[in-house]
Write a protein that binds this ligand. Structure first.
Ligand SMILES: *[C@@H]1O[C@H](CO)[C@@H](O)[C@H](O)[C@H]1NC(C)=O
Ligand SMILES: *[C@@H]1O[C@H](CO)[C@@H](O)[C@H](O)[C@H]1NC(C)=O
Ligand SMILES: *[C@@H]1O[C@H](CO)[C@@H](O)[C@H](O)[C@H]1NC(C)=O
Ligand SMILES: *[C@@H]1O[C@H](CO)[C@@H](O)[C@H](O)[C@H]1NC(C)=O
Ligand SMILES: *[C@@H]1O[C@H](CO)[C@@H](O)[C@H](O)[C@H]1NC(C)=O
Ligand SMILES: *[C@@H]1O[C@H](CO)[C@@H](O)[C@H](O)[C@H]1NC(C)=O
Ligand SMILES: *[C@@H]1O[C@H](CO)[C@@H](O)[C@H](O)[C@H]1NC(C)=O
Ligand SMILES: *[C@@H]1O[C@H](CO)[C@@H](O)[C@H](O)[C@H]1NC(C)=O
Ligand SMILES: *[C@@H]1O[C@H](CO)[C@@H](O)[C@H](O)[C@H]1NC(C)=O
Length: 521
C-alpha cells in the first residue's frame, strides 16, 4: 500500500517535471519573432501621395455596407503618416522582424510599370530605413488583396493570364527600387483565400462553380514563379535576399479516428494545391484534386476540367521556386467524408464536410482555439515536402478582451509552445509572426475584429496606439529567450508597466475583474 503510493508519487513527480520542461521551452538560437500588418489594413491615405484607387477602395466607396460596420480603408490606422511610431512600437516589444506589404496602387498607380510613383516608392524606402535603423528586420510582401482598380477593369481580374506579366513587371520595379533594403520577400499572400474572395472585377463570377477560382490560382502560381525567377536571375547575386510564397493553411482532425483520407483531402484542397506545384518532387497539382475536379466537370457536361492544366514547361518553371515555405495558420476543423450529391458529384469538389468540435473554445471570429493544430500542420508539411524551411508568417487571434488581453497571451503561449515542440521533433521552423501588430481594418469585418498586440483608438483623429498586455508578455518571452506560462507575478508586473502607459487602464478589457486575476494565480 505504502510502496504503491510512493510509486504513484514518483510517477507524478516525473510527469510533473517533464511537463514543467515543456512549459518552459527555450527559443532556438536565431529563431525570429515578429508581427505582421498589410498595406490596405493599416496605411490609410488612400488618395494621397499619388496613390490610385485599388479594388478595395473602389468596392467600399461604391458600397459602404461591404464591411459589417461600414468601415473603410480611407484612414484606417493612418500608418502612412505614423509609420515611425509603428516601428518604435515594434522595437519596444523587442520584435526581431516586422512583416508588411506594399500597396501596388501606391507605387504603380496604373498597375503598369510604365508609370512609377516616386512618392510611393519613397514612402516604402523611409519605412524600410526606419526598420533597419531600429534593429528591426523587414519582411516585405509584394501582393495582397489590393489590386489596382483600373488594371482589374482592363483585364477583368486574375482569371486573365495577362495578370501574370503585369505582376512580373511590378515585382521587377520593386526589387530594383527597394531590393537593396530587403532580405526577405514574399511574392503573394494567401492566394487560396484571395482567389475565393477578391480577385475579380465581377464578384458574381466567383460562384461559377469555382471555375474562376481555379483559373485565378493557376495564374497566381505562374506570377509567383515569374517573380521568383526574376529575383533569382537579375537581383539575387547582388541583393542576397530570400524569396518565397505565403499560403494559408488550417489543420483538420478526422471525425472518425482512422479517416486520414478526409484529413489529406482538406489539406490538399486548401494549402496542398498551392504548395504541391512548388515544393513537391514532381510539381503540379495533387493527383486527387485533378481527378475529383475532372470527374465533377465531366458530370456537369464540360469537355475540359474546371481545374486548368499546366504544360510541362510551366510545371518545371514553377517547381522549386522557393527559399522558404511561408504559412499563415488560423482555422482548425473536424472533417468527414461527404456523400456524393444526388447527381453523383463530389460535394464541393473536395467531398469533405467541415465542422467545429463541440468542445472547442471559439475566438471572436468563430474559429476554434486548438494549439495542437499548428504542431500537426508543421509536421504534415515537413513530411509531405521533404523538410522545407518553414516561416510562420501569420498566427494570432481576435478576442474582444481589450487591452488586458489575458486570453490572447494564453493563445500565443499555447500556439508557440506547439511550434517549439514541432521544432524539437525535427521541423525546420525559423520564423514566427503574430497577426497583427495593430488592431486594423479586417476586410468584411471592418473594425469589429481586434487581432492586434496594440490597440488603436479609431474614434481618435490621432489614432492613438495602446500596447495590450500581450505586447508586454511577448517582450518578456523574447528577452528571456524562453516560453513562460502566464502567472500572477507576471500579471502584477505587467499591470505596473501598463499603468505607466495610460491611466484609465481599468476602463479597458471587459475580462478585467479581480476574480479573474485570482483564477490566473
Ligand atoms: C495575408 O492574408 C490575410 C488573410 O486574408 C490578411 O489578413 C493579411 O493582411 C495578409 N497579409 C499580408 C502581409 O498581406
Ligand atoms: C453591399 O454589400 C453588402 C454586403 O456584402 C451586400 O449584402 C449588398 O448587396 C451590397 N450592395 C450592393 C448595392 O451591391
Ligand atoms: C451602414 O450604412 C448603411 C447605408 O448608409 C446604413 O443603412 C446602415 O445602418 C449602416 N450600418 C452601420 C453599422 O453603421
Ligand atoms: C485580358 O487582359 C487584356 C489586357 O491585358 C485584355 O486586352 C483582354 O481583353 C483581357 N481578356 C479578357 C478575356 O478579358
Ligand atoms: C457579372 O457576371 C454575371 C455572370 O456572368 C453577369 O450576368 C453580370 O452581368 C456581370 N455583371 C457585371 C457588372 O459585369
Ligand atoms: C451519407 O449517407 C449515409 C447513407 O444514406 C448516411 O447514413 C450518412 O449519414 C451520410 N453522411 C453524411 C455526412 O451526410
Ligand atoms: C465554427 O463555428 C463558428 C461560429 O458558430 C462558425 O462561424 C464557423 O463557420 C464554424 N466553422 C465550421 C468549420 O463549421
Ligand atoms: C498624437 O499622437 C502622438 C504619438 O502618440 C503624440 O505625440 C501627439 O501628442 C498626439 N497628438 C494629439 C493632438 O493628441
Ligand atoms: C512568473 O513570471 C515571472 C515574471 O516573468 C517569472 O520570473 C517567474 O519565473 C514565473 N513563475 C513561474 C512559476 O513560472
Amino acid at each position: 500500500m505504502r510502496a504503491s503510493l510512493l510509486l504513484v508519487q514518483i510517477l507524478y513527480v516525473c510527469r510533473y517535471v517533464s511537463a514543467q520542461d515543456e512549459d518552459y521551452l527555450e527559443l532556438p538560437e536565431g529563431f525570429s519573432i515578429g508581427a505582421a500588418t498589410a498595406a490596405f489594413q493599416i496605411e490609410g491615405a488612400w488618395n494621397t501621395g499619388g496613390k490610385s484607387e485599388n479594388v478595395w477602395d473602389y468596392r467600399i466607396h461604391n458600397n459602404i455596407s461591404l464591411s459589417v460596420d461600414n468601415g473603410t480603408g480611407d484612414v484606417s490606422c493612418d500608418s502612412y503618416h505614423k509609420y515611425k511610431e509603428d516601428v518604435q512600437l515594434v522595437k519596444n516589444i523587442g520584435l526581431n522582424h516586422y512583416r508588411f506589404s506594399i500597396s501596388w496602387s501606391r507605387v504603380l498607380p496604373t498597375g503598369s510599370s510604365d508609370e512609377i510613383n516616386k512618392d510611393g516608392i519613397q514612402y516604402y524606402k523611409n519605412l524600410l530605413d526606419e526598420c533597419w535603423s531600429n534593429g528591426v528586420t523587414p519582411f516585405v510582401t509584394l501582393h495582397h488583396f489590393d489590386d489596382v482598380q483600373s488594371l482589374i477593369e482592363k483585364t477583368g481580374g486574375w482569371s486573365n493570364e495577362s495578370m501574370v506579366e503585369y505582376f512580373a513587371d511590378y515585382a521587377r520595379v520593386i526589387f530594383k527600387e527597394l531590393g537593396s533594403r530587403v532580405k526577405f520577400w514574399s511574392t503573394i499572400n494567401e492566394s487560396d483565400v484571395f482567389c475565393k474572395v477578391c480577385a475579380y472585377l465581377n464578384e458574381s463570377v466567383i460562384n461559377t462553380a469555382y471555375r474562376n477560382r481555379y483559373l485565378c490560382a493557376h495564374n497566381v502560381l505562374k506570377a509567383h514563379a515569374r517573380a521568383y525567377h526574376i529575383y533569382d536571375e537579375e537581383f539575387r547575386t547582388i541583393q542576397k535576399g530570400k524569396i518565397g510564397l505565403v499560403t494559408n493553411s488550417g489543420y483538420y482532425f478526422p471525425k472518425s479516428e482512422r479517416d486520414t483520407e478526409s484529413v489529406d483531402l482538406a489539406f490538399d484542397f486548401e494549402a496542398g494545391w498551392i504548395l504541391n506545384p512548388i515544393f513537391s518532387k514532381n510539381g503540379d497539382y495533387p493527383e486527387v484534386m485533378k481527378t475529383r475536379i475532372a470527374e465533377n466537370s465531366k458530370a456537369e457536361g464540360l469537355t475540359h476540367s474546371r481545374l486548368p492544366e499546366f504544360s510541362r514547361e510551366w510545371i518545371d518553371y514553377i517547381k522549386g521556386t522557393y527559399d522558404y515555405l511561408g504559412i499563415n495558420h488560423y482555422i482548425p476543423a473536424m472533417v468527414e467524408p461527404a456523400n456524393k450529391t444526388a447527381e453523383g458529384r463530389w460535394y464541393n469538389d473536395v467531398g469533405v464536410i467541415y465542422t467545429n468540435h463541440s468542445e472547442w473554445k471559439l475566438t471572436a471570429m468563430g474559429w476554434g482555439v486548438v494549439p495542437k493544430a499548428i504542431g500537426r500542420l508543421l509536421r504534415k508539411i515537413t513530411n509531405t515536402f521533404n523538410k522545407p524551411t518553414i516561416y510562420i508568417m501569420e498566427n494570432g487571434v481576435s478576442f474582444r478582451s481589450g487591452v488586458i488581453d489575458i486570453d490572447r497571451v494564453e493563445y500565443l503561449y499555447s500556439y508557440l509552445k506547439e511550434v517549439l515542440l514541432a521544432i524539437r521533433d525535427g521541423c525546420d521552423v525559423r520564423v514566427y509572426t503574430v497577426w497583427s501588430l495593430l488592431d486594423n481594418f479586417q476586410w468584411f469585418d471592418g473594425y469589429t475584429q481586434t487581432f492586434g498586440l496594440i490597440s488603436v483608438d479609431f474614434k481618435d483623429p490621432n489614432r492613438t496606439r495602446t500596447p495590450k498586455l500581450s505586447s508586454y508578455w511577448l517582450r518578456t518571452i523574447i528577452q528571456k529567450k524562453k516560453l513562460i506560462p502566464f502567472n500572477k507575478t507576471m500579471l502584477n508586473m505587467l499591470k505596473l508597466e501598463l499603468c505607466e502607459t495610460f491611466i484609465n487602464w481599468s476602463d479597458y478589457g471587459q475580462n478585467w475583474n479581480n476574480n479573474n486575476i485570482d483564477k490566473e494565480g
